[in-house]
Design a protein around this ligand. Structure first.
Ligand code: TRP
Length: 329
């Protein structure tokens, strides 16, 4: 018997190369949770289809995401790492859950409205059903805890409501209401210092890049906008470089910058150079492991196929209970 204290599930979209925001906001946390929980992590390729029309890169992006997760420290001997579309039970559960989902609840969600605004030419049915598929992901694995960022809070709340509706309508308790576990990292801003870091805004810093590329991206970072000249004192409290120093840089460096920036003792260029160096150093073991894994793509796919097999076993057990509860013949 395992000594772990509960079941964690999370899904991550195959966006290609992960950036610092993905790493600090999600991946690092996924890795840490393995110590205490039975974890199931899913690369959600079906969810990706709601926004991605050109799927040429989908396979490669799924693979790259697996590399990132494994290199970051996901341990596939204990944790289940798999690809969403490899477990078709999720689409069956999605259909069943859709029957206890009022459509207005879906179209009212801010996440749906936002996507509809972003892609007015492609407001597809899948986009409306996105939270239902996400709920199916979560409940299929009898999940207790879902580690996600605040942007997903409404989806988790939706999942809880769907579970209650399902259990009520079919007079059962086979589905479990999950709890959200908010990742404790402050929002990671992009190099523009304004928006949340994201690939689509091209304000991101890739974690698997070459050190020189990372350095160039860091040098582009916007700092305290009030600090125009080198001789102006800066304010680390409003500087995005400093907020990342606080997360990634050894404490003594960060403390030094906090003092020196305020009295113009260190300039933004030197501060960024220091950060780039520290960031590259911090990412070095990850990058080495990633390069190592990339030597053998077949082994990486094997990990995913193995994970999918294990996931299907759990999913099918849940579906047997669900079909029974619903009264499907
Ligand atoms: N919607 C999540 C996101 O955009 C991804 C996701 C899909 C997910 N299914 C999930 C997250 C299940 C947690 C649990 O990041």
């Amino acid at each position: 018997m395992s000594s772990k204290i509960g079941h964690v599930f999370s899904g991550i979209r195959p966006t290609g190369h992960s950036h610092l925001g993905n790493y600090l906001g999600a991946i690092k946390n996924y890795v840490a949770l393995q110590d205490e929980y039975e974890c199931v992590y899913c690369i959600v390729d079906l969810h990706a289809l709601t926004t991605v029309e050109d799927t040429l890169d989908l396979r490669q992006n799924t693979y790259e995401m697996a590399l990132d997760l494994l290199a970051a420290g996901i341990r596939p001997e204990e944790t289940i790492l798999f690809v969403q579309s490899h477990v078709p039970q999720v689409t069956e559960l999605h259909t069943i859950l859709s029957m206890v989902t009022p459509i207005g609840k879906l179209t009212d969600l801010p996440t749906f409205k936002e996507k509809a605004r972003q892609q007015p030419h492609n407001v597809n049915y899948g986009l409306v059903g996105y939270p239902v598929l996400m709920a199916a992901d979560i409940v299929l694995y009898k999940t207790d805890i879902v580690p996600v960022g605040v942007d997903q809070a409404a989806h988790i709340e939706f999942t809880r409501e769907v579970v209650r509706s399902f259990n009520y309508r079919y007079n059962t308790n086979v589905l479990i209401e999950p709890q959200m576990k908010n990742t404790e990292v402050p929002k990671v801003l992009g190099i523009d210092g304004k928006e949340k870091m994201s690939k689509s805004l091209d304000n991101h810093i890739e974690i698997a890049a070459m050190p020189e590329e990372t350095r160039q991206r860091v040098m582009m970072m916007v700092t305290d906008p009030q600090r125009v000249k080198r001789s102006d004192p800066g304010n680390p409290d409003v500087c995005n470089v400093f907020s990342l120093h606080m997360i990634l840089t050894p404490a003594e460096d960060a403390a030094m910058i906090n003092v020196e920036c305020r009295r113009a003792g260190i300039g933004c260029v030197d501060c960024k150079k220091l950060f780039a160096g520290n960031l590259n150093k911090a990412l070095e073991p990850f990058r080495a492991r990633r390069a190592d894994l990339a030597q053998n793509p077949t082994a990486v796919w094997d990990v995913l196929h193995n994970g999918s097999r294990r996931a299907r076993t759990i999913a099918e057990q849940t579906m047997v209970e669900v079909r029974e509860a619903v009264g499907l013949p």
